[in-house]
Design a protein around this ligand. Structure first.
Ligand code: NDP
Ligand code: 2IT
Length: 449
């Protein structure tokens, strides 16, 4: 693994000092800075013009109170965040996360990553992220709605088709986006479809947006494997999580002829050697909104559920962490490598701890970093914005074909950049450099912004 170039060390020290305690943000910045040594040798003006410092500092950070009334009539208070990280390439774009672990450091790491991810899509979107420490677990539809309405009372003044366009992330799916959009419309008296993505099809959503992150991840993995002459068909695959990204990853892997034998939630994981029954999984997670343990009860025979050990102890050819940040540590990486994994690709944002990434790279295992591998979701959000702007609506086939082409291009751009910079096969380097240079060049052209 490259170290941070000594010219960039004072910049990193400054990031640590100015953002004390925000460990996930430090981790994300460190990984990008580690990739930039050869870039600043070629472009010393990036350092002279303080471009790196500017890119590490969000353009705007909004923190606000979200008061709401629960079903018992009690007043609850949550904290809302929107970090508008970088608008050099387009309006701020990135999801909203509802999870009790959310804090400003988590939202900053996600907004930072989003900036480069969005640049990689080649579409006109800047980077942002938001959310709340609200825990949706066990909340009724009414509570979720009142919470979303209260959040939007503050957030609406910061949004706009040309300003900031949120979408979903952990804990935020079609239901929440509907409540948020409805409240925005009431507050502004305007039907502005382009202020949110991930909308329902009936009121301005895009076909294939729901499936896009998982499908895109599989297209990316397929490209990495193909380049090595390997076929996804018949591969044993482990996918962590059982939310939006995991479910549609499993669907697409199955379509490619692979077999997903394990998935999880934050309580434990299931293993089904016959291959996960996708209809049953969707019924449990999307319709009933229940825990993954239910799968074993409903499936009957052949599958088991455990809360012991790690899902990464299950031997597989391809591992696709698709739950949350730092869910796969150095021990997990060692276990995967020992069991013969050939490719790891990140469906979630930064699911692999730095140590795990280092171990995969040292072992020569194909590794797809999040900002490239999971960019299909936000890319399809940008396609939704395009359809909204032209008051058009494309077929599923048309939209998916565009998604597949975007993922192929992202893959090739990362692979080509890695090769140009003397590190063939290093997608981490390729993704970081490609994304960074696009944002840096746009900022250069715009003067001191
Ligand atoms: P969902 O809320 O639909 O699902 C999240 C899944 O991850 C659930 O199975 C959840 O389990 C599990 N999970 C969440 N937090 C934790 C935790 N702290 N420890 C263990 N498991 C956890 O979210 P998504 O599928 O949309 O998001 C998953 C990841 O993908 C996130 O990192 C997100 O940022 C990223 N991503 C999402 C995109 C999208 O379009 N939705 C696009 C690109 C990236 P439980 O139910 O027990 O909490
Ligand atoms: O992390 C991500 O890329 C997302 N949650 C999707 C963001 C979006 O605007 O579609």
């Amino acid at each position: 693994m490259p170290r941070i170039d000594e010219k960039l060390l004072p910049i990193f020290d400054d990031v640590l000092r100015r953002n004390a305690g925000e460990t996930e943000f430090h981790q994300a910045v460190e990984e990008v800075l580690e990739s930039l040594g050869a870039v600043i040798a070629k472009h010393p003006e990036y350092v002279d013009n303080a471009l790196i410092e500017r890119i590490c500092e969000p353009e705007r950070q909004i923190i606000f109170r979200i008061p709401w009334v629960d079903d018992k009539g009690q007043i609850q208070i949550n904290r809302g965040f929107r970090v508008q990280f970088n608008s050099a390439l387009g309006p701020y774009k990135g999801g909203l996360r509802f999870h009790p672990s959310v804090n400003i450091g988590i939202i900053k790491f996600l907004g930072f990553e989003q900036t480069f991810k969005n640049a990689l899509t080649g579409l006109p979107i800047g980077g942002g992220k938001g959310g709340s420490d609200f825990n949706p677990r066990g909340r009724s539809d009414g509570e979720i709605m009142r919470f979303c309405q209260s959040l939007m009372i503050e957030l609406h003044r910061h949004l706009g088709e040309y300003t900031d366009v949120p979408a979903g992330d952990i804990g935020v799916g079609a239901r929440e986006i509907g409540f948020l959009f409805g409240q925005y419309k009431r507050l502004t008296n305007r039907f502005e479809a382009g202020i949110l993505t991930g909308k329902g099809l009936i009121y301005g959503g895009s076909r294939a947006r729901t499936e896009a992150t998982g499908y895109g991840l599989v297209y990316f993995v397929d490209q990495m494997l193909k380049r090595k002459g390997i076929d996804l068909a018949d591969k044993r695959v482990v996918v962590s999580g059982s939310g939006n990204v995991a479910i549609y990853t499993i669907e697409k892997i199955t379509e490619f002829g692979g077999k997903v034998i394990a998935c999880s939630d934050s309580s434990g994981y299931i293993v089904d050697e016959a291959g996960i029954d996708l209809d049953l999984l969707k019924e449990i997670k999307l319709v009933r909104r229940e825990r993954i343990a239910e799968y074993v009860q409903l499936k009957g025979t052949g599958a088991y559920y455990t809360e012991q050990g790690s899902i990464w102890d299950v031997p597989c050819d391809v591992a696709l962490p698709s739950a949350t940040q730092n869910e796969l540590n150095g021990n997990d990486a060692t276990s995967l490598i020992r069991n013969g994994v050939m490719a790891v690709s990140e469906g979630a944002n930064m699911p692999c701890a730095s140590e795990a990434v280092r171990l995969f790279q040292e072992a020569g295992i194909l590794f797809g970093p999040a900002k490239a591998a999971n960019a299909g979701g936000v890319a399809t959000s940008a396609l939704e914005m395009q359809q909204n702007a032209s008051r058009d609506s494309w077929t599923f086939e048309e939209t998916e074909a565009r998604l597949a082409a975007i993922m192929r291009r992202i893959h090739d751009d990362c692979a080509d950049t890695a090769e140009t910079y003397g590190a063939p096969g290093n997608y981490v380097l390729g993704a970081n450099i490609t994304g960074f240079v696009r944002v840096a060049e746009a900022m250069q052209a715009m003067g001191v912004i």
